[in-house]
Design a protein. Structure first.
Length: 386
């Protein structure tokens, strides 16, 4: 097959979507498929990434709130790029404007909407659920739900990486929803990288000895990640049981997180560890990986922790919750600091003693399953356009 991914979320400067795209460009040709990724860029350019793999950039404006990213603004240019490629399958990895543009394209290729974002969880639910029910919020965002239902009708399938988002989309009337969890570098993230000496050094950085519980967290320092809540919960838990938290990340919320840490010696904030082997050793050496965001579409660090045999403490909704299944971790009520504090205390006093790395798939297995789904009979009748 020739698969074209129209990817508005791609940035050459990094991020989870870029990591996913790099894996697709590497593994797609190995599985016998041609992969073309169309992304916003400064100019029209074709970047060869090896036999059967390339990136095509279209001139696009920068996204005002984060200029590392662009957005597709020229629908005829996007349609012309698709016409030139003659794809068998078109993927779109955004729920915003670009899938509507692709839905209006007159080509005959199968179309797949990949939900790499969950805007309702990241924004609406996070902002309003402290005082309003989710059903009430959904009614207030009925126009967005109408948009998603139209997209579900215009695409052959809607791909989710977690069961919570898939269930909400189905309940909201979106057609063709399938779950395909993302893959992990299982050759890198493994329990074999556990290092007791590294664990002791990280605890020492938190002013604690080896009898304490070591929590590791990692991710963008963004509001929806709820890192101040994680910091506050770990600090509160440490008053009842010796707990150290090491957080790796960068982003615009660094000042707020440093303020939450204050002078607490048991919580440390570091720049991201970009060496994958070193980061894998950190995850495998932790007693647990803790995460605060209920808006994850997959939660890669949770999957990497599970592949490392490390338990997780995660919200009970969103992509992170999947990684606590089958005894691989603990969940707490999403957005509730007190629930997270209690979960950390319970874990520190009676830790999950698992080093079971099951329940995750490799990157290759993910793409094998996804590309196989593109050859299956359609689960519903696709509309011509929206």
């Amino acid at each position: 097959m020739k698969i074209v991914d129209v990817c508005a979320f791609y940035s050459p400067h990094g991020g989870g979507v870029r990591t996913y795209i790099e894996q697709k460009l590497l593994l797609g040709p190995q599985l016998g498929h041609e992969i073309v990724v169309i992304v916003p860029g400064e100019k029209h350019e074709t970047i060869e990434r090896g036999p059967g793999a390339r990136i095509v950039t279209l001139p696009s404006p920068r996204f005002p709130l984060d200029r590392k990213y662009g957005y597709f603004a020229d629908e005829p240019a996007l349609h012309a790029a698709l016409d030139a490629e003659h794809p068998d399958v078109v993927e779109v990895s955004s729920p915003w404007r670009s899938p509507s543009m692709v839905a209006r394209w007159q080509g005959s290729a199968r179309r797949s909407l990949v939900m790499h974002a969950d805007p309702l969880s990241a924004y609406a639910y996070r902002w309003f659920m402290p005082v309003l029910s989710r059903s009430y919020i959904d009614r207030g965002f009925e126009r967005y739900w109408d948009h998603l239902r139209q997209l579900g009708g215009a695409f052959d399938m809607t791909i989710c990486a977690n069961h919570d988002l898939a269930a909400r989309l189905r309940e909201g009337g979106v057609a063709g929803v399938q779950v395909h969890p993302l893959g992990v570098e299982t050759s890198v993230f493994t329990p074999d990288r556990r290092d007791p000496q590294l664990r002791a050094r990280l605890l020492a950085l938190c002013g604690l000895d080896e009898t304490a519980c070591l929590l590791v967290a990692a991710g963008r320092l963004a509001p929806e990640k709820r890192w101040p809540m994680v910091v506050d919960a770990a600090a509160a838990a440490s008053l009842r049981s010796p707990v150290g938290l090491v957080l790796f990340g960068e982003g615009r919320e660094k000042r707020a997180i440093r303020a939450a840490i204050g002078g607490n010696p048991h919580v440390r904030l570091f720049e991201p560890e970009r060496n994958r082997d070193a980061f894998a050793a950190i995850l495998a050496s932790a007693d647990a990986v803790v995460h605060g965001c209920e808006a994850e579409t997959f939660c890669m660090v949770g999957a990497e922790a599970r592949a490392s045999g490390t338990p997780v403490i995660v919200p009970d909704s969103g992509g992170a919750a999947d990684h606590a299944r089958n005894g691989a971790g603990m969940t707490f009520k999403a957005g509730n600091r007190f629930a997270l504090t209690n979960a950390i205390v319970r874990f520190s006093e009676d830790p999950i003693r698992t080093r079971n790395a099951g329940g995750v798939v490799s990157n290759r297995e993910h793409f094998e399953a996804l590309f196989a789904a593109y050859t299956m009979p359609q689960s519903h009748r696709r509309l011509a356009s929206i």
